[in-house]
Design a protein around this ligand. Structure first.
Ligand code: CP
Length: 308
């Protein structure tokens, strides 16, 4: 039963609940016109203490396309956080006005603190370098829709695996499906945190390897998940400048890739994928952004307990 729940990290959802959301998203993709007023009278608040294009606007588009209303703020500066208000007091106030909230915050755990302070469903829209569960729902819907399954495939995850919260959530979620092999491609300094390799991958006997060169593994991959080097999480600008262009996928690098591999990226892109790749049929990152809106429509309906 998803009604009234918050979503803070991917494994807050059981596999059955995940399936429910993805199945509803499939139905919405097939017939969006059947859902245009199911959330009439409901209000979504988007509380974004950090910049966002896709997450905030796809949540807002999702609620508007369900017939509901939206309100919120897009930076901490334009809320009373600038005057020192706590996340707990903010969410208690927002719960007086809205039925559901999506929150992005630079501090890890802030959406969880919010969820503990209210009965209103709170959705984590990204907390620091920690988790981004609705990006993961987006990624899972995209993979399932384009590859037809969420098991028995090899995924290469490339770039900033240390600070990339989408990576942490995706590994956590995909590790629950059978025979998913992970190829983790990063410079030494940006390797995936040890709690992920130990608690998730090693403890569950999941097949994975860590490499530095993307070209060496390109031909093995069914899904290539590129990520941006997260400038905002670096303490030292010189390190960012040295690492930011570690990986740039272009047509030459793709020459050894499988014909049916799909290329994903949570976006925003900086230099990680050359724009010439956008025309390649394997490039799926803008389709992925659209799936993000549909899966958030499904998630809002489920957490509000709204039926068609
Ligand atoms: N994928 C993602 O989180 O994008 P935004 O930062 O634009 O929301």
């Amino acid at each position: 039963m998803l009604k009234g729940k918050s979503l803070i990290e991917p494994n807050d959802l059981s596999l059955e609940e995940l399936d429910e959301i993805l199945n509803l998203a499939d139905k919405i993709v097939a017939n969006p016109e059947e859902y245009t007023d199911v959330c009439k009278g409901k209000v979504l608040a988007t509380l974004f203490y950090e910049p966002s294009t896709r997450t905030r606007l796809s949540f807002e588009a999702a609620m508007l396309r369900l017939g509901g209303s939206i309100m919120g703020f897009s930076s901490a500066d334009s809320s009373s956080a600038a005057k020192g208000e706590s996340v707990a007091d903010t969410i208690r106030t927002i719960a007086c006005y809205a039925d559901i909230a999506a929150m992005r915050h630079p501090k890890e755990g802030a959406p969880k603190v919010a969820a503990m302070a209210t009965d209103m469903p709170v959705i984590n829209g990204g907390d620091g370098g920690h988790q981004h569960p609705t990006q993961t729902l987006t990624d899972l819907l995209t993979i399932r829709s384009l590859k037809g399954k969420l098991d028995n495939f090899t995924i290469g995850i490339c770039g900033d695996l240390k600070f990339g919260r989408t990576v942490h959530s995706l590994i956590k979620a995909l590790s629950r499906f059978s025979s998913v092999k992970f190829v983790l491609v990063s410079p030494e300094e940006l390797k995936v945190p040890e709690y992920i390799t130990h608690e998730i991958l090693k403890n569950n006997n999941i097949d994975y390897k860590e490499v530095e060169k993307l070209e060496d593994v390109m031909g093995e991959l069914d899904v290539l998940y590129m990520t941006r080097v997260q400038k905002e999480r670096f303490f030292n600008e010189a390190d960012y400048i040295r690492l930011k262009d570690s990986y740039i996928v272009d047509m030459e690098k793709l020459s050894s890739a499988k014909d049916d591999m799909i290329i994903l990226h949570p976006l925003p892109r900086v230099n990680e994928i050359s724009v010439e790749v956008d025309k390649d049929p394997r490039a799926a990152y803008f389709k992925q952004a659209k799936f993000g809106m549909y899966v958030r429509m499904a998630l809002i309906m489920k957490l509000l307990g709204v039926e068609k």
